[in-house]
Design a binder for this molecule. Structure first.
Ligand SMILES: [Zn+2]
Length: 395
């Protein structure tokens, strides 16, 4: 399975200059190869293949030691392949053109300003170093032949074996596109499939009754953030003290993000290891926020503020949690089903009647009485995903 990560790169000024030169060299190569194909076709009606052009690379490099000769051989091959793909599209387009209106134009020369990407094969003229040895720091590095070691902001973990690294220019910004390959290593079946409800009071509840509490770091982080926030607001605007507190606050949030990611990796690992099938609410349909907001009613000012912060710490992480879960499940051959979140928490999972919710953790069905709100939600999710009651466990 292939996965692509587009990450912002921050070359230094000299590195940027060398990257521009890299693009220019590849642009020259691209245009020269295009020229050759054009002429061969125009004069002799001969199609030049990728193989023909790749075979000439050695000669071209030898003749231009300060230009093409410096660049990565395999990266040059990728640029020739790219041209080849353009031609294939053109010829196919022409062939399909009869009777259809879509038509691909004859490949054109590219000006330097519009030649914006070069593809490297990892380990051959390019190297990837993940942030913090892969444990979730922010700065990774990508090294490219003739450019050097460039800082890359790694905003999410790069999973799998790195296959290619692409340098990309978009306007004035630079990116590195990292393509990885992960092997699907199917885990043994467990016979367990569950619905999973994620929440504010508890981190998650499964339809067969497993509970994962909120991580401990949450309370400590919350206390420190509230404290720093208050001190910052009291500090004089523009003062050194205020700046200092702002930095401390940013650092605290960074720490929370790292701890949260770590926690998500552990929680998802456990779910994927122990379940064949998992069902979750599709939280991109942001019903969550509104429904939860309506339930934290008047529990006193302080508590509300605390709950609000608690939520924002968790909230920011739910999409990450889902993303990590889906990625892990895919590479383990497990099934993840996303269901619509509409009223999963408020309808009784047994009879479907609309419940009342006097407290955050309890719903009351007119027929079945009080139910654990999260468990009820998890069972509704399981049912909605077609997992039955979601209570089946390993034999
Ligand atoms: Zn009921």
């Amino acid at each position: 399975m292939r996965r692509a990560y587009k990450l912002r790169a921050y070359p230094t000024r000299p590195q940027e200059g060398r990257t521009v030169r890299l693009l220019a060299d590849h642009c020259d190569l691209y245009n020269a190869a295009l020229q050759e194909r054009r002429e061969a076709w125009r004069m002799r009606k001969v199609k030049v293949s990728y193989g023909d052009q790749s075979a000439q690379l050695k000669e071209i490099r030898a003749a231009d030691p300060d230009g093409q000769g410096r660049q990565s051989f395999t990266a040059q091959q990728q640029t020739l392949r790219r041209l080849n793909a353009t031609f294939s599209a053109f010829f196919n387009g022409v062939r399909h053109a009869k009777g259809k209106q879509r038509r691909v134009g004859y490949p054109r020369f590219k000006p330097y300003q519009r030649f914006d990407q070069v593809l490297f094969v990892a380990g051959d003229g390019a190297r990837w170093e993940p942030a913090d040895g892969g444990r979730g720091g922010r700065w990774a590095h990508a090294t490219f032949q003739t450019v050097g070691r460039v800082k890359v902001s790694q905003h999410r973990p790069v999973v799998g074996r790195v296959k290619t690294l692409q340098v990309k220019r978009e306007g004035r910004r630079w990116y590195v596109v990292v393509v990885t390959e992960t092997e699907t290593v199917p885990l043994p079946p467990t016979g367990r499939s569950v619905g999973v409800d994620v929440g504010v009071a508890r981190f998650l509840t499964t339809s067969d009754g497993e509970i994962v509490a909120n991580p401990r770091f949450l309370d400590a982080a919350q206390r420190r953030i509230v404290d720093l926030q208050r001190r910052k607001e009291r500090a004089r605007p523009g003062s050194g003290n205020r700046r200092c507190l702002r930095r401390a606050l940013a650092k605290e949030w960074r720490r929370v993000r790292n701890q949260r990611r770590d926690f998500h990796h552990k929680a998802t690992r456990r779910l994927v290891d122990t379940c064949d099938g998992l069902a979750l609410e599709d939280l991109r349909v942001a019903a969550m926020t509104s429904s939860a907001a309506g339930t934290v009613e008047k529990p006193g000012h302080n508590v509300a503020a605390k709950a609000g912060l608690n939520r924002s710490i968790l909230d920011a992480g739910w999409s990450q949690f889902m993303r990590i879960l889906v990625a892990k499940a895919e590479s383990a051959g497990r099934q993840v089903t996303l269901v619509s979140p509409a009223s999963t928490s408020i309808d009784c999972h047994i009879c479907g009647a609309r419940c009342t919710r006097p407290r955050q953790d309890t719903v009351i069905c007119p027929v079945h009485g009080g139910l654990d709100a999260d468990l009820n939600g998890a069972r509704n999710i399981a049912a909605r995903a077609g997992l039955g009651s979601g209570q089946a466990s390993a034999a």
